[in-house]
Design a protein around this ligand. Structure first.
Ligand SMILES: C[S@@+](CC[C@H](N)C(=O)[O-])C[C@H]1O[C@@H](n2cnc3c(N)ncnc32)[C@H](O)[C@@H]1O
Length: 307
């Protein structure tokens, strides 16, 4: 790993590698350690902010039966869910992944004639990082979670090498203009401030790079998104005894919110829509027929900076 890559997530000074397992900020003296193979860049002042989210989120994900003790399970993602618990979810992830590779990454890589530098943001167990590392890309898996079933700790199960980094979207320890692609991997809607999160993504993006929002729910009307959040919180409350609502996440996107962000940040969006099957495609019609709220849409939303 080249040490000039990492910067202090608080003051953005270039870090010094003071031991093989430690970076130090020469400006404010903060130390960042590699523990169990994961670089820890979560700022001390952010730990309390995320503590309850992490606790609630991990409890729910465990109850949902996510993860496994078998390396085979992780290596087969997203194409097969060997646990059998969430097959439908992984089928969706696999379709999005194929579209990401075919329509975005391959096109970006061809003219560069080198492997891509990728940030997998909200990487969870790191399945995407593993797949892209297999293609030869240099990948950083970034997340708040470090547990080894559903978080970055699962890095040890994979056969391809990537760099697991514990950090938050809005304070990335990555130098300016480093990445060819920044991918929000089913995670953008967890952001508590889309503007700030995108500003940080654009900071680390190379001038010709792309920011990708994958598998985040999009609605035409914000009232539909609000209804979805209410339904989900009520469901969590009933099932687990808490609503898991302590982060002020934006939770969903609308087309007009995306327009607003594009104007504000000078981004141009392009939408790709994976085919998730006939039943999924007919959901808008089914919802009208059954008088249910508008269902979410998942697109691959690809942003580039205006020239
Ligand atoms: C729905 S999960 C997706 C996990 C994985 N990408 C996948 O496809 O299974 C969203 C992930 O985003 C992470 N996340 C949420 N807010 C974050 C933040 N502010 N900074 C970094 N990661 C965050 C969560 O910890 C979680 O692992």
């Amino acid at each position: 790993m080249k040490q000039e890559l990492f910067i202090c997530p608080r003051c953005r000074t270039r870090l010094e590698r003071t031991t093989p397992e430690r970076f130090t900020c020469p400006h404010d003296g903060l130390e960042f350690w590699n523990v169990d193979g994961i670089w820890r860049f979560l700022l001390p002042e952010s730990e309390a902010h995320y503590a309850r989210f992490i606790r609630d989120y991990e409890a729910i994900r465990q109850a949902e039966g996510r993860g496994s003790n078998s390396a085979k399970y992780y290596q087969a993602l997203p194409f097969k869910d060997l646990s059998g618990h969430l097959k439908r979810d992984w089928r969706i992830r696999a379709r999005s992944f194929k579209l990401l590779v075919n329509r975005v990454l391959t096109k970006l890589q061809d003219p560069l004639e080198r492997s891509l530098k990728v940030l997998d943001l909200g990487a969870g167990n790191g399945w995407l990082s593993n797949r892209l590392a297999a293609q030869g890309d240099r990948v950083f898996a970034i997340d708040l979670l470090v547990n080894d079933r559903d978080g970055l700790g699962a890095w040890k199960y994979y056969e391809h090498t990537f760099t697991p980094v514990q950090a938050e979207f809005n304070h990335l320890p990555i130098m300016d203009r480093f990445a060819d692609v920044v991918i929000f991997n089913a995670s953008f809607h967890y952001s508590e401030d889309y503007t700030q999160t995108l500003e940080e993504a654009l900071r680390v993006l190379s001038p010709k790079g792309r920011v990708v929002i994958m598998d985040s729910p999009v609605y035409r009307r914000s009232t539909s998104g609000e209804k979805m959040v209410e339904e989900r919180e009520a469901q969590f409350q009933e099932k687990y005894g808490f609503a898991s609502d302590n982060l002020q996440s934006e939770n969903f996107l609308t087309y007009s919110r995306l327009d607003e962000l594009a104007k504000k940040l000078n981004i141009q969006w392009k939408f790709f829509t994976p085919f998730y099957g006939l039943r999924w495609m007919l959901r808008p019609l089914t919802s009208i027929f059954l008088q249910r709220r508008e269902p979410s849409k998942f697109h691959l939303i690809v942003g580039r900076k205006h020239a």
